[in-house]
Design a protein around this ligand. Sequence first.
Ligand SMILES: Cc1cc2nc3c(=O)[nH]c(=O)nc-3n(C[C@H](O)[C@H](O)[C@H](O)COP(=O)(O)O)c2cc1C
Length: 167
Amino acid sequence: MKSIKPNEWTCRPFQILDKEWALLVAGAERPNPMTVSWGSFGTLWNKPTATIYVRPSRYTFNLLNEHPQFTLNFLPESFRSALNVCGTKSGRDIDKWEATKLSPQESKTISVPYIEQSRLALECRVMTHIDLDPKRFYEEQILTSIYPDQSFHRVYFGEVCLIHENE
Ligand SMILES: Cc1cc2nc3c(=O)[nH]c(=O)nc-3n(C[C@H](O)[C@H](O)[C@H](O)COP(=O)(O)O)c2cc1C
């Protein structure tokens, strides 16, 4: 893996999240990987940002609020079953590192690890967060289809501090 600056990075943003999925790692003392497929990449306050959406019902939600840093990890397709485990099981109940045989790797700019098996990993610091407001949804149907449990996502804006990419 080589480390690159965010402005040297090229990606297909819609493909990389929606189709390939990612593992969001949060928590410094007891880090936990969680599968995500909603998010975006852009610019805020003139800084490169990765934006993620996490429901309050997730164990990851508590970890992010306690320690506002995360890594966003993209793995080769052969790890799809590990992503399925991390997207269906909670870190409250199991040790997902043990269950998937993935390994945490020390980050360079933050105290949350990235995943050693990643082909691409972003180190991020949370700059701010907002909670999605159902009163502002453009279609009411979103409320019933996506939020029958009223667990509205919290949106975390992460400054991308460093990127690791396979050569
Ligand atoms: C493909 C896929 C994408 C997901 N994307 C998200 C997401 O963007 N935000 C979210 O809050 N949960 C998402 N989930 C659900 C969480 O990964 C799942 O509830 C997980 O078990 C929560 O883990 P935790 O309790 O250890 O945090 C996704 C699940 C899958 C399978």
